[in-house]
Every structure is written in C-alpha cells, then in structure tokens.
Design a protein around this ligand. Sequence first.
Ligand SMILES: [Mn+2]
Length: 316
Amino acid sequence: MKNVEQLRKIKEIIEENDYIVIYRHIKPDYDAFGSQLSLNRVLKLNYPEKHIYTYGKETIDNPPFIPPMDNPADEILGKCLAIMVDTSNKQRIDDDSHVKCKAILKIDHHPAVDDYGFFNYVDTEASSCSQIISELIQVNGWKMDHLTAQYIYAGMSTDTLKMTIDNCDWRLFEDMAFITNKDNIGCRFDINGTNRIIYDMTMDLFKAQAALSQKVVFIDDTAYLYVMKKDMDELHITLEQSKDMIHLMEHIVGVDKWLLFMEEDDHINCSLRSHSTVINDIAAKFRGGGHPFASGAAKLSYEETQEIIRLVAERK
Ligand SMILES: [Mn+2]
C-alpha cells in the first residue's frame, strides 16, 4: 500500500537538497527509465532553481524518448543527494560513481534485499517503480506534464506486460487515471502515440519473431524454443531481444508451461514460465531459481537443457 506519510517525507528530503542526481539499475528497462526520467522531469518542473541530473551508462535504443544521461562530474556528485529508482541492491546501480554522492534515497518496488539508502521507500505491492513516482506526485500535489505522464506510463505498461499480469489491481488503474487526466497534464493523453514509441518494433525484429515462432516445439502442454547464436546472427537480433522471445509462447491455448533456451558464450541459459504449474524447483536443480511460475537457470550444457524439457513436460 502507498505510505502517504513517507511519500511526504521524500518531498521534505528533496526540498532540503539543492543538488539531486537520479540513478537507476544496470540493464535498464522502461520502468527503470520511466521512473528515472519522470522524476527528473517533475523535479525540474516544480523546483526550477534546483540542480537536477540523471546518471547511467547503459541504455536502451530509443532516442529521442530516452535522452542521453547528464552524468555529472565527480565534483558535482559530491554535492548531490542521490535518488535510486527501481534498484533493489547496490550491485545493480548503474554505476559505481554513486559512492561519491553525499547521501542515498532509495525508491523501489522489488522485495528489499538491501536497504542501502539512509531513507528507503520500498513498496512491493506497486507493480512498477513508475507507479510509485505517480503516487509521489499525487500525494505532494506536484505539477506534471504530458511527457512526465508518458514516462510513467512506459514503466507501468511494460512492468505489467501491458496490464495483463496478476498485480494489476484497482490501485494501478487509479494511478493510471491520475496520470492520463487532462486536468493534470494540460492535454489529452496520447495513449496510441505513447504505445507506438514504446512497442513499435523494427522490421528485423518482426521477421525474427515470425521465424522463431516456427521453431517452437510442443510436448503436450509444454512449449519450448531454442535461440542459438547462429539464429541471432542470421536474424540480426541481440541477446537482449532473444530474451523477449519468451513472450511468443505465452498466450497459446493448451500451453501451460513454456521454456526459452538462449546460447550465450559457451553455454545455454533458460527461462522457465508457467501459468499454473510450479516449476521453479526444476530451475533450482540446475543452479537456478526464481518465482514458482517464472524462474531461470544458467550455464547449462545441451544435455542439461534436454533434461529440463523432460522434467517440465512430465510435471503435472
Ligand atoms: Mn521495475
């Protein structure tokens, strides 16, 4: 649940600092950027006299929606309050320069494995960190604009797989109503345009999806797909893009469990998913783990991948 008192406290902390830098996690996704860039935008709108910066070395390829980071120099970092968004533990902060900042405030929705901030706002019921930013704005009566709403929407939409997963509750829709309300952003929210910015794919990616769909193998209610290096080269897709191919098998009538194998370096990694059958214990047998219906295993030999397929297919 949102904690109004703590959200107000975050505003107080922000108001005490003239220099603020916002960090996010490595291998950033749209929620990492959505929460970082919406907070950056909203602080600049409401505190034009403050010095607000973004930091991060890794990126996703979507200019101009994802602008270059400010990455201020060490002298400036030394004056800054650092706000970490969407980042559960210190090791995942992009990047190590944050140690130069004077203090860390954490805002996140992942289970708290590492309370590395002097103030930690962790709300595991929020379906995205961007959703928390929308509540921070709402509670503190900050003004926002259309671009702020687009960043928040990007995080909310992608972290909930376009609002299809179980943690999409009334609260998400209430926050969605807030950010898309004309009275709050000064114009109609362009939902179609925003979806196109986030979800339009390249022709290469479309063709890769079509080709890989043909390679999905079915055993009863189990589907699996191998994406080997050869496939990635031939289809012009990156390892990151290969990881998304897990979604190709997600909505097929009669398929309850699905596996994606990806070749990386000299081994194979596996993502295991299911709608209703617990299979994370199988991942655990192969040096992996995760949630009951969404887990992973890494550094597998080809023989081990065959064993995983057998065990998952037999699991009822
Ligand atoms: Mn997130």
